[in-house]
Design a protein around this ligand. Structure first.
Ligand code: DAH
Length: 346
């Protein structure tokens, strides 16, 4: 019996050495160490031996088992190492090759448009003032003359963050922030204001080729003594002519916004057809530039300016739309879709 055991060990070790891959290794394991493996069966047959031979045989058989198991593990590792070496050699990766170069980036088309707008208004004396994208209900609506439940709130589909906070639906709340800052300077009197407030706005809207749920606006605000609607129309006309060419004509329509009185909407003659009528201007000959108006007395007061002494104008311009017109882009979703094939064109 012990001889048999020794033979088995020799044979098993030789067979193990001959295994060349993991399949052969698994087969070997089944054959010698598995439930019905040769060694297992031999161990089980210990009961058939005379009683006094059993302990010696058991000890020897267990010794062989331990040895075979260790040899199995060693062979498994050797095979794995050989396989890795083979893989490395076959799929050789030359880590000394230079990588793909990351070229310098450039300004996003929206940033470029914004900077053009800044430059135009800077020459008219407007500073850039930034205000937060997360606003309170009070600033986005309440202080802009829309108390809770005011029906005009329906003009802005809103992403709410809890009860009080929201993603600003327009840049207009910045008007209150600037006024409150400039009304409370160390000098006793409020300061006149001439600022633009650029930034991202959000609306809970279905995304289509014409409307996004995130977009940029540039708000304008001028507050001073004796500012009139004529000043507003002058500023908007100058803006349109600087951006689209000196021949542009401006048209003013009456409109409604809760934070301006009177409220207007400004259009310019279509830059594509010159007013003849085409697909872009929907055959009206006019393109909308933005909403505007004289700052409502309630809003002036909320900002800390006495409407008996101060007056002002405000406007809200889109940013993507002018860029779409200028470059003939027919889908607003391209702006923030992060497709480099689109972005690299500008
Ligand atoms: N906040 C308005 C909007 O998002 C645009 C606007 C209209 C801004 C008139 C103004 C304004 O400052 O006077 O629809």
């Amino acid at each position: 019996m012990l001889d048999q055991l020794n033979q088995l060990e020799e044979k098993a070790l030789a067979a193990l050495e001959a295994t060349k891959d993991s399949d052969a290794l698994a087969e070997w394991n089944r054959r010698y160490l598995g439930k019905k493996g040769v060694l297992t069966l031999m161990l089980r047959s210990v009961g058939e031996l005379p009683r006094d031979e059993r302990p010696a045989f058991g000890r020897a058989a267990n010794g062989v088992k331990v040895k075979l198991e260790a040899a199995y593990e060693a062979q498994e590792q050797a095979l794995r190492r050989a396989e890795l070496a083979r893989e490395l050699e076959q799929g050789a990766l030359d880590v000394t090759l230079p990588g793909r170069p990351v070229g310098p980036g450039h300004l996003h088309i929206t940033t470029q448009t914004l900077r053009q707008i800044y430059a135009i208004f800077a020459e008219m004396g407007f500073q850039v003032y930034e205000s937060p994208e997360i606003e309170t209900d009070e600033l986005n609506f309440g202080l802009l003359n829309m108390p809770p439940h005011h029906p005009a709130r329906d003009m802005w589909d809103t992403f709410w963050i809890g009860e009080e906070a929201l993603l600003r639906t327009h840049t207009s709340p910045g008007q209150i922030r600037v006024m409150r800052e400039r009304a409370n300077t160390t000098c006793s009197d409020p300061e006149p204001i001439r600022v633009i407030l650029p930034g991202k706005c959000y609306r809970y809207e279905q995304i289509t080729a014409r409307s996004e749920h995130q977009f940029y606006q540039v708000e304008g605000l001028a507050v001073g003594h004796g500012i009139t609607l004529t000043d507003l129309i002058g500023a908007l006309t100058e803006f349109a002519r600087r951006l689209y060419g000196p021949e542009r004509k401006i048209r003013i329509r009456g409109s409604y916004f809760p934070f301006t009185e009177p409220s207007i909407e400004a259009d310019m003659d279509c830059i594509l057809c010159g007013g003849e009528g085409c697909r872009v201007c929907k055959y009206s000959g006019w393109l909308e530039i933005g909403g505007a108006g004289m700052v409502h007395p309630v809003v002036l007061r909320n900002g800390g300016y006495d409407p008996a002494e101060w007056s002002g104008f405000a406007f809200g311009l889109g940013v993507e739309r002018p860029a779409m017109l200028k470059y003939n882009i027919d889908d607003i979703r391209l702006f923030y879709g992060n497709d480099l094939r689109f972005l690299r064109q500008f």
